[in-house]
Ligand binder design. Sequence first.
Ligand code: CA
Length: 623
Amino acid sequence: MNLPALHRSFVKYFLVLLFISTAIVVSAQSLRVEPMHWWVGMKNPSLQLMVHAADVGETVPFVNYPGVTIKKIHKADSKNYLFIDLIVAKNTKPGRFPIQFKRNGKAVYTYDYELMQRKPNASQLKGFTAADVIYLITPDRFANGDASNDVVSTMRETTIDRKNDYGRHGGDIRGIINSLDYIAGMGFTAIWPTPLLENDMKQSSYHGYAITDYYKVDPRFGTMEEYKELADKCRQKGLKLVFDGVVNHSGSQYWWMKDLPFKNWINYPDSLRITNHRRTVNQDIYAAESDKELMVRGWFVETMPDLNQSNPFLAEFLIQNSIWWVETLGLGGIRQDTYPYSQKKFLEQWTCRIVNEYPQFSIVGEEWSTNPLIAAYWQKGKANNTGYNGCMKSTMDFPLQQALWQSLTEPEEWDKGIVKLYEALANDFVYTNPKDLLVFGDNHDMNRILTFLNNDVDLLQMAMTYILTIRGIPQVYYGTEALLENSAKPGDHGLIRTDFPGGWQGDKANAFTGVGLSADQQRIQAYLKKLLNWRKDKKVIHDGSTLHFAPSNGIYVYFRYSKQEKVMVVMNKNTKEVQLSTGRFSEILKGHGQAVNVMTGEQVSLHDKVTLPARSATVWEIR
Ligand code: CA
């Protein structure tokens, strides 16, 4: 390097220094305290505040408010953080008070903290149950209710392109709010929008799973006020709102990545390692420690740093953040992403702390395993050899999802076809409560159910009838009713998350109004609407018992029953109409002579034979 070059590099170095010091001065004016506010009257009186500001770690916080005491102050590895343990005594009144951060007796920062009054019966929030049917929505792809937020110039991804499967399409919270009458009218009773929090990533920010601020709504989806409005309107229309939580990882553009509170806030901070995705290590009694370590601590993908929940401050941050959203929105449940990738001890704490505050609340974790032993492992009350004992009621029935499409598409043989569905349900003995499993045909991460079923609309109708009548909590992906499919690119996430017809101005087809829909689309939409609305008050479907008979000749018969009611469902895979003798089902049909077809209202006699249309699932209420 010659001298002038050295000089230039010095100038550059100086400019960089100048830039850094300017940055510190600017950030010195910004003080971040999270949770930004809290509530009086929580069951747990402890509250830990994470404070971030330049050199705040060198200050001492002071609080003067009746009922509120500082129990302990913790410094972090970075001097720009402080963690404060507060106790909010039982009868503390709601109100505001300053938290002063003093150095040499002088307040360097002041934060106006608020302890809010809880809504009446806030601790009695009811989570989703088998009485609900959850409509899963990818917000960017559902409905664009506000074109003014399509592009936000301050975000890293500023383009919008509906032709790009992995670009942003403009759907938002306003679009969901505008569609609530449609959703409720269809007969759904809960919505699960995939994450709506800020994803300020350079690309693929539409899906929401690379969160860059756990306390901020992504401005392209809308505002915090709009999220609250969505929650209020859901409540008014009898819809539960399910929050999609992501505690395993955040986005690499998270604001704290530039200044981590602790070196071990994330796993592998210096040398990126990707998880092995070997989810069985959580249960495997022979698993190597190194495999277990990499599974839980490795990053999900390169743009999603793995959060280290064994850091107690991070664990507390995430637990309080979840409670903050439950309380703020009056949620009807949480769906937790990538459940087995987080640390087990943390998952126990996270689930049990939430359920302790909200005893009737529901959480469902994503454990993507087609092995029921592994799905069952995470359910509340399951006796596990590894000692995991969490408070999560629901896991996702991936085993049944796979069995469903395979059973309908495979040719009938001794060990193939509909028998797979029968045998999959026979595994229910491993679950502590099969009625709390989430049952679904597809979701946002796999082929559309119609694609799994080779675009066969009759098979789709059979699959959806099964999902809506079998035990468990049904979940339906948006657009199933409008026959959305991704057969052009199987497995392609962008295409799986196709725009809902009618969600954008100028769409030729509109599934909200029915305009421009094909005959098949109209038929399936009307079918689902009728079945969903029938299911709403059918206690026997929500929590009745189940009885099924071994399939034969491509026909599978099951009953849902209680002391008061009986429902018979018959799946006929044959390509022609079949006469089914009812004698074989006498152990449950004894004393009943009539049945009413739920869809057609037609009465049939059960004394001899019933007629099954070709490739159909028929639902009869037994009289
Ligand atoms: Ca928009």
